[in-house]
Design a protein around this ligand. Structure first.
Ligand code: GUN
Length: 287
């Protein structure tokens, strides 16, 4: 039976470490770290994600003012809020929850966030740094996956990683992070022929396609590490990943469950990114 990579337990450990770090740094800086979480509209899934993010901030001592905007908000209004937050010295990170309502220009919004406050890592300046292998803020989910692998003692260098999915939020940055850690990386997507054969080459398989329970036994090399980034709600109301868990767990070496795997790591990493931005703004480091 495969080892379960318990993201929920690791995230709880990380939150304890972060809380200690916040106490230590805030005493020196004279202020806590600040993260503005902006929600536009009333998408129920987004409301849940945003509530989880704000609660996690409060738990570790990060100042996290709420910005809940109505769904009729214009691009101009959102841009002017971002300008205000960019100038606010109490704010280290700005997160605009996606998806935005139709009619708001997403690119204009994401590129308006100051790159040093871009805790989602979606700004082209941060994406460019990632491509170049330079330090910068990196998208939370893929960075969280690397943390989960590292803290679980799973080596990356020299391994063959196959990433299924090429989104800006997960697939692309995931592939680059693995490459920057000396993995050999293959990126697959919906147009890739013979996906199971490609996936079976993977020592580390990252499933980020957003197709519930598509990945079964025939995609998995015995002993591989399987990271399931997918999350959708089935007709039975249960959360489902992209991987058929029981089937995969019978062949692989280690696997993340859904829920309780990658999801909690995304939030823990958002706080790590906020702390990185705070250290940068205050000139403080732990060491
Ligand atoms: N929606 C789904 N995932 C994310 C994320 O990582 N960041 C933001 N801002 N919105 C999301």
């Amino acid at each position: 039976m495969a080892k379960i990579l318990d993201g929920k337990a690791l995230a709880a450990t990380l939150h304890e470490e972060q809380a200690r770090e916040v106490t230590k740094l805030a005493a020196k800086a004279g202020r806590p770290p600040g993260l503005a979480v902006v929600l536009v509209g009333a998408d129920p899934a987004s409301q849940t994600y945003v509530a989880n993010k704000r609660n996690a901030c409060k738990k570790v001592g990060i100042y996290a003012p709420d910005y809940n905007l109505k769904s009729e908000t214009t691009t101009g209004e959102l841009l002017s809020l971002i300008d205000t937050l960019n100038r606010d010295p109490a704010i280290d990170g700005i997160l605009v929850q996606l998806p935005l309502p139709a009619g708001i220009e997403k690119e204009a919004v994401l590129t308006r966030i100051a790159p040093d406050k871009d805790v989602d890592g979606f700004h082209p300046a941060n994406l460019g740094r990632l491509v170049a292998g330079e330090p910068g803020l990196v998208a939370c989910t893929p960075r969280g996956v690397i943390t989960l692998l590292d803290r679980s003692g799973i080596p990356i260098a020299g391994k063959h990683a196959v990433v299924i999915g090429r989104s800006l939020i997960v697939g692309r940055p995931m592939a680059l992070l693995l490459l920057n850690r000396d993995a050999t990386v293959t990126i697959c997507h919906s147009k890739t022929p013979n996906l199971p054969a490609m996936a079976r080459e993977a020592d580390i398989l990252v499933a980020a396609l957003g197709r519930p329970e598509m990945i079964g036994r025939d995609y998995i090399k015995p002993g591989a590490t399987v990271i399931d980034v997918g999350i959708s709600r089935g007709s039975d109301g249960k959360l489902k990943g992209d991987v058929r868990f029981e089937e995969a767990a019978a062949v692989c070496g280690a696997i993340t469950p859904v829920p309780g795997g990658v999801g909690p790591m995304t939030i823990a990493t958002l706080l790590d990114n906020t702390l990185d931005a705070y250290r940068h703004h205050t000139g403080l480091s732990t060491h």
